[in-house]
Design a protein around this ligand. Structure first.
Ligand SMILES: [Zn+2]
Length: 241
């Protein structure tokens, strides 16, 4: 039984997007035209060849725009509909949580549907009419400099405001759901510790296809595809409320 005033925080990772058909960019999944993910998602790659990096992002945007939120995304939205206080901290750069209808989503690694000017930092949304077949390096409408994807690349730091907001939320959370993340990447690897430090009563439940380094922090780990396990769990909460 979860009290109706419970603050519920979700950490979501690539496992929840994978169920919608988005590649996880690990192993064979990460290859595009024989380039590895790690060779493209870096500031150096963009300095060296912005056209190539944008081609890769056009390809990914094209892929993501053909996918839909799955049962796990929709389950989180139904918790919000049942008037629970929900915040989602996601490592995913896609907008599937938003498309499912979730209203409070913090994107730790940025958002692929946003672009940022390398000169004046102006952030704008992707033009919905963009031609994914003909990639060009987009230009800032304010200063004519190059735009880059507004995501966090390897060797870059996370937006400190988002990290700060995430920490505050974790410290006041009653129930933490860790969904589809390997828990290997910082700061997410630290999140359960931060949540527990100030907050000994917190309950942590993990949903993943396999155990992770975070499993030892969780009260319970539910193994299996998150698009099956999470909706079942959410349905039980809503039924009891
Ligand atoms: Zn600009």
């Amino acid at each position: 039984m979860i009290p109706s005033e419970a603050r519920i925080t979700i950490i979501s990772g690539s496992g929840i997007s994978k169920a919608s058909g988005i590649p996880t960019f690990r192993g064979k999944d990460g290859l595009w035209k024989n380039y590895d993910f790690m060779e493209l998602a870096t500031p150096k790659a963009f300095r060296t060849n912005p056209q190539l990096v944008w081609e890769w992002y056009y390809w990914r945007l094209g892929l993501i725009s053909q996918t839909n939120p799955n049962k796990a995304h929709l389950a989180l939205k139904s918790l919000e509909d049942a008037e629970y206080d929900i915040v989602i901290l996601t490592q995913n750069v896609d907008n599937l949580h938003e498309r499912a209808g979730s209203s409070r989503v913090y994107h730790l690694h940025g958002e692929i549907y946003k672009r940022r000017c390398i000169q004046c930092n102006d952030v704008s949304y992707w033009d919905a009419s963009a031609d994914f077949e003909n990639p060009i390096v987009p230009k800032c409408t304010k200063c004519d400099s190059m735009l880059r994807p507004s995501v966090v690349w390897f060797n870059e730091t996370l937006d400190p405001n988002i990290v700060e907001k995430s920490y505050s939320r974790l410290q006041e959370t009653d129930l933490l759901l860790i969904v589809g993340t390997s828990g290997l990447v910082y700061p997410v690897a630290n999140f359960p510790f931060i949540a527990k430090q100030e907050n000994r009563q917190i309950e942590i439940i993990e949903f993943n296809i396999e155990s992770t380094p975070l499993s030892s922090m969780a009260n319970k780990t539910v193994l299996g595809p998150v698009e099956d396990t999470l909706p079942k769990f959410v349905f039980e909460i809503i039924k009891d409320s």
